[in-house]
Structure formats: C-alpha cells, structure tokens
Design a protein around this ligand. Structure first.
Ligand code: 23J
Ligand code: MN
Length: 265
C-alpha cells in the first residue's frame, strides 16, 4: 500500500515543490476598503500589548488584536453578500474544509492593469487564456494577477473624487467563470470587485454573482507574480468564526519549482 502523500513530502523535502506566501502582513497601516460615507466602515487591524515579560506578565508577551473580518488578506464567504444570505453552510465556520485546499489558476492582467487603473477582466481575456492554457478546470480557484500588491500607501486604494480606481472583473467575466463552475475568485486589490464596481449591473458583480452561486472570494493577495498560470495548489483556510462572513487568513500556494527537478533547492 502506498501513501499518496509520500510524493508530496518528498517534493517538499527536496525543493521540487515550493511554498509561496500570498499573504500581506497584518499591520495597522495596511489599507482597508473605504465605502461611501453613508455606510458602515471597515476597521483596520489593531494590536495592543497585554504584557511584555514585565509586571503585567513576567514570563510572557502577548497582544489583544481586533479587526474587521475583511481586513488585510482575507476570505469572503457566501453570506457576506445579500445574494448569498441563504446559501447552505455559507458562513466561514460552516464551509466544508475541503474547500480550503485545491487547485489554482492565475490569469495575468498585470500589463493591462499597469496601463489602466480601471482595467477590466472580460470574457474575451478568459477565452484567450483558455486558448493558451486549456479550459479552467471545474472546482479550481481563479486568481486575477494585477501586481496591485506591489503598490504602497494611497496608490493601493487609488481614491479619486468619484471613488476608488482599481482593476476587476466585469459581470460577464464572472458569469464566464461560473459557467466553468469555479470554486472561487481572488484578487490582489482590496475587493474581488473593481474600485468602480458599484457602477456595473449588478453592482459589485463579483460579490453579487459569486456569493449568490455559493462561491468564495479572496482579496488583498500578494506575490501572484510567483505563481504559474496552472499547476499550483492553494491552501486558504479562514478562521472558524461562528457565523463569520469572512476572515483574515494566511494564504499559501504549493508551486512546482521551475526546474522541476529539485536541484535548485
Ligand atoms: C463591503 C461592501 C462592499 C465591498 C466589500 C465589502 C468588499 O470588497 C469586501 O471586503 O468583501 S466591495
Ligand atoms: Mn471581503
């Protein structure tokens, strides 16, 4: 009898499979989404020292932390959106954990996003990607690479008088991904939707259509330029928050080393 995990253990040990961290550091300075002022707002990450090997705790250091569920690199559950409010097992604590480990494909939109802050992922781009790499496999994560994670400070939200400007998918692109029966969709920007996503029909189409279909989101991802278009595996388990609509998390990718032989380890 062979253990199918033996191959993975050997590949991790010899470096022929690498671990790539797709997570931003939780930091009070990391930007959070800013909604129009009539709406409730997302809290940033906060950290307060409880003790630091001192009178408050002579042998230990620890912090109290707080944040919104959608702060930093984070997972979106179906119940985050009104369209998914009645999805069965739609809260983070209810989702089958098999969802949190699975294949991932990456659609590189970095050139377009460098030229146009409002760059749109369209069905045409998805069709062209599939012509090169094959059909998007059912039940896979689809990540939109924009290199937005390399932006710092105000350039990340990219606020203008008419609101934020950042790339994202059109409603038709999300419909195309749903026709492939994907598992979820992830981005390097502050939302799965474009900064101007409120102006589509439906508004915020990634949130509305994905979550209505019981699919998942990932936002504020990093290092997508280190992933291949196909062939990597994503590990993305949110915190088990009772009734949670999402959660900050550590997102890892298992990536075949470029040489494929492990000799570069
Ligand atoms: C609430 C309202 C609108 C949006 C969002 C949250 C997110 O992007 C999020 O973090 O899920 S667009
Ligand atoms: Mn979110």
């Amino acid at each position: 009898m062979t253990n199918p995990l033996d191959g993975l253990a050997a590949a991790l040990a010899d470096g022929s499979v690498e671990i790539v961290d797709l997570t931003h550091t939780l930091d009070p300075d990391f930007p959070v989404i800013v909604l129009p002022p009539e709406f409730g707002q997302c809290a940033r990450f906060r950290m307060e020292e409880v003790s630091a090997y001192d009178g408050r705790g002579p042998a230990w250091k620890w912090h109290n932390i707080s944040m919104n569920e959608h702060t930093g690199t984070h997972f979106d559950a179906p119940i985050h959106w009104v369209s998914g409010r009645d999805v069965a097992n739609g809260a983070v604590d209810e989702i089958d954990p098999s969802v949190f480990v699975g294949p991932v494909v990456v659609i590189d939109c970095s050139e377009g996003a460098a030229r146009n802050d409002d760059f749109e992922l369209t069905p045409e781009i998805i069709v062209a990607w599939e012509a090169e790499h094959g059909s998007i496999p059912a039940d896979s994560w689809v990540l939109m690479r924009t290199d937005w994670s390399k932006r710092r400070g105000a350039d990340y939200l990219n606020m203008a008088d008419d609101g934020p400007h950042s790339p994202g998918p059109t409603p038709a692109a999300i419909e195309k991904l749903l026709a492939r029966n994907i598992r979820g969709f992830g981005t390097e920007t502050v939302g799965t939707d474009a900064g101007q996503g409120a102006h589509y029909v439906p508004p915020y189409p990634a949130h509305y259509l994905l979550h209505g279909a019981g699919k998942y989101g990932l936002q504020c991802l990093s290092n997508l330029d280190r992933l291949p278009p196909t062939g990597a595996m994503l590990i993305a388990p949110p915190l088990k928050i009772k009734g949670g609509t999402g959660s900050p998390l550590r997102v890892l990718a298992l990536v075949p080393a470029r040489t494929g032989s492990g000799e570069n380890a």
